[in-house]
Design a protein around this ligand. Structure first.
Ligand code: ZN
Length: 123
């Protein structure tokens, strides 16, 4: 099925530079407001498309070696229904000393795309 032009398109958040959906009113990464006014029908996040969390996992890890620091890399991989790579990103890196812990929350939020006339103009 062919999607209307603009649906699923991405752009860069002007605040945090993350790649986000062109239809986003608020950046999900930094919560920066992206579009305002009557052109979108949204004012400071008051009117946004209904969003559901389609997937969420939480977990934590710690340094398994007592007395020795360990570096870590957090990688997220997205594959389609055929197992083909769609995207792969390093989300974060760091160092854990003994007793340090990090927790990770991964969410996938979904919403219907806005009508085409609500999408921002292409640049
Ligand atoms: Zn942002």
């Amino acid at each position: 099925m062919a999607l209307p032009r603009g649906v699923g398109e991405t752009r860069q958040c002007p605040h945090c530079k993350a790649t986000i959906l062109a239809s986003a009113v608020v950046c999900p990464g930094c919560n920066g407001h992206l579009r305002f006014g009557p052109a979108t029908g949204a004012v400071a996040g008051v009117l946004q498309p209904a969003t559901v969390t389609a997937f969420k996992i939480e977990g934590s890890f710690d340094n398994p070696v007592a007395g020795a620091p360990r570096e870590y890399t957090v990688v997220v991989t997205i594959r389609n229904q055929r197992g083909e790579l769609v995207d792969k990103k390093i989300i974060g890196v760091g160092l854990l000393d003994a007793g340090d812990q990090r927790s990770i929350t991964l969410t996938v939020d979904m919403a219907a795309p806005p009508p085409r006339n609500k999408l921002p103009p292409r640049r």
